[in-house]
Design a protein around this ligand. Structure first.
Ligand SMILES: Cc1cc2nc3c(=O)[nH]c(=O)nc-3n(C[C@H](O)[C@H](O)[C@H](O)COP(=O)(O)O)c2cc1C
Length: 342
């Protein structure tokens, strides 16, 4: 039996016993080590304010989904409405007296007011309603306009062909000018990116922008020989997933939320004439431990993807990066001839 066959046999054996694989394969343990650590940190951080913010988002989102049900159920959200009002009250008290507009509070307040307006009576709901009404202050500065709405249906000025042109124009740019990308450009890109879908609207990601050359170099050095690409960009963004927003079974949402936002961000850069390139975070235990203090990352967030950003050198070629055909990527389940034969 050849070496490959032996290897495959061992892999097939372990494939049926992944727990054993985690115990005996050192590389496997190492590969999952960072994620496990972040998930555990998130478990410990359940009572911190970041974690509670995400829980409030989750609950308000669930209420909104209840509000758009047709027919509307006379009573819903019994199991979590008391907790939602408590989370709201806590955040409200934290912001009282602060001269800052808080979009989450505004949204939560609008949705709670609408919920209590339409929902019927039940012991838990009445308890929550009383607690909510006791917070008389809820009228201060909160406009109550953030409730489910019917979207405009007029056709958009942007047509399909415009979007296709943008998608085809964007290519990963790896050669950029030294000119720094203005903060306003990044802010405008974030305005778009934050509209991306995220699991229960928790937006469990953060974009850490590094524009300091020496810091970019230190981060790039963590990559060893592969760090030269990072060094060429005047802005390097480390996009992290925030595990405190999610439970164990949802942990992959940190990667998904971050990636969806990253894509929108890239398109928003492209239309502003700014190039970008995603760069793999070559994760291992040493790099993870080194990057945290460098960027001031919390224990509950983890790097998902890096993105170099800069004004493209117009004359420099970019890889063509030909894409798979639509047929390869889009599959009609159960109706392809191959499946009919099975
Ligand atoms: C998760 C991810 C990791 C990537 N890592 C790298 C990288 O380390 N170095 C690099 O040059 N490009 C990297 N890229 C860019 C891809 O090579 C590029 O997106 C792909 O070849 C398609 O080309 P396009 O973006 O121009 O369409 C990465 C892209 C993604 C989505």
């Amino acid at each position: 039996m050849g070496l490959v066959a032996v290897k495959n046999k061992i892999m097939r054996f372990l494939q049926k016993r992944p727990t054993l694989a985690l115990c005996v394969l050192r590389n496997w343990r190492a590969a999952f080590y960072n994620e496990a650590k972040v998930v555990l940190s998130a478990g410990i951080a359940r009572s911190n304010s970041d974690s509670k913010e995400h829980m409030l988002r989750l609950r308000v989102h669930s209420l909104e989904k209840g509000l758009i049900m047709r027919p509307l159920r006379p009573v819903f959200a019994k199991s979590y409405i008391v907790e939602t009002v408590e989370l709201f009250a806590e955040r409200f008290k934290q912001h009282q007296g602060l001269d800052c507009y808080d979009e989450l509070l505004n949204w939560a307040n609008s949705v709670l007011a609408e919920y209590f307006r339409v929902t019927g009576s039940d012991s838990e709901i009445d308890k929550a309603r009383q607690a909510y009404e006791k917070l008389n202050e809820t009228e201060h500065g909160l406009d109550g306009h953030h409730i489910p709405f019917v979207r405009p249906v007029e056709p958009l000025a942007i047509k399909y062909d415009d979007l296709l042109e943008l998608a085809e124009r964007r290519r990963s740019v790896r050669h950029v000018l030294e000119k720094q990308v203005e903060w306003e450009v990044l802010e405008k890109a974030m305005m778009v990116a934050r509209q991306s879908p995220s699991a229960c609207n928790r937006q469990g990601y953060k974009f850490h922008v590094i524009q300091d050359r020496s810091l970019i170099e230190r981060v790039a050095d963590l990559y060893g020989d592969y760090g030269s690409l990072q060094k060429g960009f005047p802005s390097l963004i480390v996009i992290t997933g925030r595990m405190e927003a999610y439970g164990l079974g949802e942990r992959h949402a940190t990667y998904i939320d971050a990636s969806l936002a990253a894509m929108s961000f890239q398109y928003a850069l492209e239309v502003q004439g700014v190039g970008s390139c995603c760069i793999m975070w070559m994760e291992n235990r040493e790099r993870d431990e080194a990057i945290r203090p460098l960027l001031g990352l919390s224990d509950t967030e983890h790097p998902v993807i890096f993105m170099g950003v800069g004004y493209p050198v117009d004359t420099h070629p970019v890889p063509k990066s030909t894409k798979k055909s639509v047929d390869q990527l889009l599959r009609r389940v159960g109706e392809s001839p191959a499946e009919a034969d099975v």
